[in-house]
Design a protein around this ligand. Structure first.
Ligand code: F6R
Length: 611
């Protein structure tokens, strides 16, 4: 959360920073700001989206070849101009941007208040900045040294980048727990929270590690640890194209990403599913196959949509591999002293690979001897770097705040892993193995078939766009899909929605049902089909407005409702990957018809790097 961009080199910094902030806006968008150097440090900031900052700066000359910029997701202090970053120190000689949380900021602030410091914002960032300035003043040391001393006192997570009037050609940056990438150009450097602001200029990047400090000039990058030892930067080549982070003719990233799914699912299968040799090739799984097939238990940790993918994986792994699986919210797991034994394997599922709760949860489990397996989308992310092994989802950059293509790619990877482990463990027959491989290989075409004609979903969306509440129900493999449908709708349309196992409805939620409540059933053909139809009858008897996702050609419930979305039939283990597509579309079309910014829903951010 919060996006940071900085530039030092030979071109004007402001246009580079502004463009970068727009690309990083998915990380937070309640305010933004930039700081550049002329004969003094000039700071401009504005509550609202980056476009509002841009408009407020029209006509202001920004002649500087160094600068820092920030787009904020508020933690300390409400969204406002004064809490926006960059912050400027008491002397006006240092400016700083920050992504993360300084947990002991109150104690640091007290120390500074005793020295007569005053603060113009409510942020932890301004406290840390003045703490650094105070150290520099009292020790008569360089800014680099002051940052190093200060960070030894800091508890929390941060990426900071500082601009210093004393050294107007140098940026100082440091990281712990939040991401920072440095792009290396010709006599120029680009700093950002992820590679999207950098890709346009260079593909050579260095991912900064925790407790590292970067001293960056146009023609020089020095990396050090907090002990002042120089570290050799590890330069990597980005495997990403500019087109992947642009809208490409769609109105929103969310709908672009929904429509990309036939391709992203294909990419995820490519090179792994080998139908001719009847095998699945996944290097990380093969490397740890003994640990995986002999695991006492698999513990899945994740948040949000990724947690829903984990719930489906639980059902599939237990069914196919006969290994007990537990699915944990990372934010609970990290604080509740969980029992992790040798022989347990942790699956960390995360699109961004940066979610703070997931990151810390697996650090705890790793300390207790567990093998960590990451199912991640962002290559080189923090979780990727602390996992023993893993499998990337290859969905490409996901910019829309609501996760869509990353979710289906997670399901594909998890299903392939389960099938592979089951084969190695001999808990499924060769025939079933081949059948599931064939089912998986058919998924891109089935998803494309749904996307070919979205008329029915759009019609149903228009009909229910003014609802104030929604219920999503499903059983078995489709229960987590009901949860995901509810989460998508809440995020994108701000309609209250709940997901439930269809049979659990009788134990409470049925009291909500009346003639105003849309109740969506995920009711494709599977072992629960008849039971789900009975649950629909129960809703119908109470006059709820039924909507159903059914297998193509299934007319069993035609008499109960007109709002029926048909999807191609699939094996029940594979069906969730297909059944979620109309739910993504439904939330998108409802959000759009309510006039909302579906790519940047209020209060949310794409990458949740605070706990
Ligand atoms: C929902 C959504 C979030 C994320 C969650 C975890 O649409 O995007 O619920 O799934 O914040 O994020 P990652 O997968 O990056 O760890």
């Amino acid at each position: 959360m919060c996006g940071i961009v900085a530039y030092v080199g030979n071109r004007e910094s402001y246009p580079v920073i502004l463009k970068g902030l727009k690309r990083l806006e998915y990380r937070g968008y309640d305010s933004s700001g930039v700081a550049v150097i002329s004969d003094k440090i000039e700071v401009y900031k504005k509550q609202g989206k980056v476009a509002e900052l841009e408009e407020s700066l029209l006509g202001i000359p920004m002649k500087s070849t160094i600068g820092i910029g920030h787009t904020r997701w508020a933690t300390h202090g409400e969204p406002s101009d004064r809490n926006a970053h960059p912050h400027i120190s008491k002397s006006g000689r240092i400016a700083m941007i920050h992504n993360g949380i300084i947990e002991n900021y109150a104690a640091l602030k007290l120390e500074l208040l005793k020295k007569d410091y005053t603060f113009s914002s409510d942020t932890d960032t301004e406290v840390l900045l003045n703490f650094i300035e105070d150290i520099r003043k009292h020790n008569a040391c360089s800014l680099e040294e002051a940052v190093r001393i200060a960070l030894k006192r800091v508890v929390g997570a941060y990426v900071i980048v500082l601009l210093d009037l004393e050294n107007p050609d140098t940026l100082i940056a440091a990281r712990k727990g939040s991401p920072l990438v440095i792009g290396i150009g010709k006599n120029e450097h680009f700093l950002a929270s992820d590679a999207s602001p950098i890709i346009e200029y260079t593909k050579e990047v260095v991912y900064i590690n925790d407790y590292e400090l970067a001293i960056v000039k146009g023609n020089e990058l020095i990396l050090k640890n907090l002990g002042n030892e120089v570290i050799t930067p590890f330069v990597q080549k980005l495997d990403m194209e500019l087109a992947a982070i642009e809208k490409g003719g769609f109105n929103h990233f969310m709908i672009k990403e929904i429509f990309e799914q036939p391709q992203t699912i294909f990419d995820c299968l490519r090179g792994r599913l080998d139908l001719t040799r009847s095998d699945i090739m996944m290097a990380g799984v093969e490397k740890y196959i003994d640990e995986l097939k002999n695991a006492n238990r698999i513990i899945i940790v994740a948040c949000g949509t990724s947690w829903h993918a984990g719930l489906i994986a639980e059902y599939i792994i237990e069914e196919l591999c006969r290994i007990p699986v537990e699915v944990e919210y990372a934010s609970e797991f990290r604080y509740r002293n969980p029992i992790v034994n040798k022989g347990d394997v942790i699956f960390a599922i995360s699109q961004s690979g940066e979610t703070a709760d997931t990151l810390v949860a697996i650090e705890r489990a790793k300390e207790q001897g567990a093998i960590i397996f990451g199912i991640l989308n962002v290559v080189g992310s923090s979780i990727a770097r602390i996992s023993h092994a893993g499998a990337y989802t290859h969905a490409g950059p996901e910019i829309g705040v609501a996760s869509t293509k990353a979710f289906t790619a997670q399901l594909v990877v998890l299903t392939m892993m389960a099938i592979k482990i089951a084969k190695e463990k001999q808990t499924i027959s060769e025939g079933r193995f081949v059948q599931l491989m064939e089912e998986l290989s058919a998924v891109p075409d089935k998803v494309a078939a749904i996307l070919k004609d979205t008329y029915v979903v759009e019609r149903i969306a228009a009909k229910h766009a003014t609802a104030s509440s929604f219920l999503f129900l499903g059983r078995g493999y489709n229960f987590p899909i009901a949860l995901e449908g509810a989460l998508k709708l809440k995020e994108i349309s701000y309609i209250h929605a709940e997901g439930y196992p269809a049979a659990e409805m009788k134990h409470g939620p049925i009291a909500l049902v009346d003639e105003n409540l849309p109740v969506l059933f995920v009711a494709t053909k599977d072992a629960y089909h008849q039971k789900v139809i009975s649950n629909m009858q129960e809703i119908n008897a109470r006059k709820g407005k039924l909507i159903a996702i059914v297998s193509a050609g299934d007319h069993t419930i035609d008499a109960l409702t007109d709002d029926i979305i048909e999807v191609p039939e699939a094996d029940e283990l594979i069906a969730p990957i297909i059944n979620v597509i109309p739910l993504q579309l439904l939330s998108y079309y409802i959000g759009v018809s309510r006039g909302l910014d579906v790519d940047k829903p209020r209060n949310l951010a794409k990458s949740v790097t605070v706990e």
